[in-house]
Write a protein that binds this ligand. Structure first.
Ligand SMILES: Cc1cc2nc3c(=O)[nH]c(=O)nc-3n(C[C@H](O)[C@H](O)[C@H](O)COP(=O)(O)OP(=O)(O)OC[C@H]3O[C@@H](n4cnc5c(N)ncnc54)[C@H](O)[C@@H]3O)c2cc1C
Length: 316
């Protein structure tokens, strides 16, 4: 429950960056308010299998987020399931307007707003969002056992989707726009050699079509020959990358050519005093759960120094 409208430290985001920042800030006695964004948890909600979080051989994204949340909740902190829709960052007291209409002020702000999945933009795609076209594979995907499905993308996320679907017995066609898969995930070999996997490279999605209720087919075009192929499908899972959630900060904070918040290298300091950034919103190079968590820790330590009047590092 939100008790007051002015805070010493607000953290935007409940992915690994935001929750790690929250843990360090709460343990430092800063009593942060975490505005979680909707849904609570960020991009990791999209994966059922994380195998590179140190100390845990395998865990689902939702379980990892639940663990991080439970850990933070041991210490004094407040969570607000809401979204910031407007920011005013120029004065010392930063003002945030939330989707619920609440207006907050804060002395320091950690921005850990991560990214959101890119969507298919071809004809038909808009009609089937969440009715056949999905940006994640559900934990229980058995509805697709023995069914034909399509995964669009060739990176790690796409391969993780494909591996999960193959595991439950689906027949998976992967559509990749480049010449080959770009995934480095060890699952790539399993997917490449699986008898129920078909990999179509150098293809772009031309259109999707179906009934009122669901998608039933996808048409792809060969980028070289321009030839079209139409495939029957029960569902399309899209993993074609993500874009950072920087729109809110345009014109107020420095943003680089990759559309990410600019931070002073080796720190979490943005171009504005008292505002810190962590995770995918400022990192176009690493973009992993553990690097985001590490940057969240850095942001909390920088915010603590700032709030105690001890910032020694200057921007630029
Ligand atoms: C399908 C998939 C599989 C992946 N698998 C792995 C893996 O196995 N291992 C790995 O290390 N990494 C993996 N990643 C990458 C990993 O998910 C990201 O690098 C990581 O989640 C980035 O963390 P973050 O906290 O910076 O941002 P995010 O996880 O994107 O979290 C951002 C948070 O900010 C919130 N937010 C956004 N806008 C606002 C707003 N206006 N107001 C308030 N809150 C807001 C969002 O709701 C969210 O809570 C995967 C990514 C995907 C998409």
């Amino acid at each position: 429950m939100l008790k007051n409208y002015h805070h010493r430290l607000v953290i935007m985001g409940s992915g690994p960056a935001g929750l790690s920042a929250a843990l360090y800030a709460a343990r430092a006695g800063l009593h942060p308010l975490i505005i979680t964004g909707v849904p609570f948890g960020g991009q990791l909600l999209r994966t059922q299998s994380i195998k590179n979080w140190p100390g845990i051989p395998e865990i689902s994204g939702p379980d990892l987020i639940n663990n991080l949340h439970a850990h933070v909740a041991h210490y004094p902190s407040d969570f607000l399931i809401d979204e910031v829709i407007n920011v005013s960052l120029s004065s010392e007291e930063k003002k945030l307007t939330l989707a619920s209409g609440t207006i907050l002020t804060t002395q320091a702000l950690i921005i850990a707003c991560g990214g959101k999945p890119k969507k298919l933009t071809c004809p038909g795609a808009e009609n089937y969002a969440n009715r056949g076209i999905y940006s994640e594979v559900p934990q229980d995907a058995t509805a697709y056992t023995q069914k034909k499905v399509v995964v669009v993308g060739g990176g790690n996320s796409a391969i993780t989707f494909a591996a999960h679907l193959l595991k439950i017995g689906a027949h998976v066609t992967i559509i990749q726009s480049l010449d080959s898969l770009t995934a480095t995930d060890p699952l790539t070999h399993t997917v490449r050699t699986h008898p129920h996997a078909t990999i179509l490279c150098h293809r772009s999605v031309h259109m999707v079509a179906g009934t009122i209720a669901n998608v039933t087919e996808i048409t792809v075009q060969h980028i070289g020959t321009q030839e079209y192929t139409t495939l029957p499908t029960e569902a399309i899972f899209v993993a074609i990358g993500s874009g950072p959630n920087t729109e809110l900060f345009k014109g107020q904070l420095d943003i680089n050519t990759h559309n990410r918040l600019v931070i002073q290298p080796g720190t979490s300091l943005t171009s504005m005093p008292g505002i810190f950034a962590a995770g995918d919103i400022c990192d176009s190079r690493y973009r992993h759960a553990i690097t985001s968590a590490g940057q969240g820790c850095m942001a909390a330590l920088d915010a603590e120094l700032y709030l105690n009047g001890k910032v020694v590092v200057r921007f630029y």
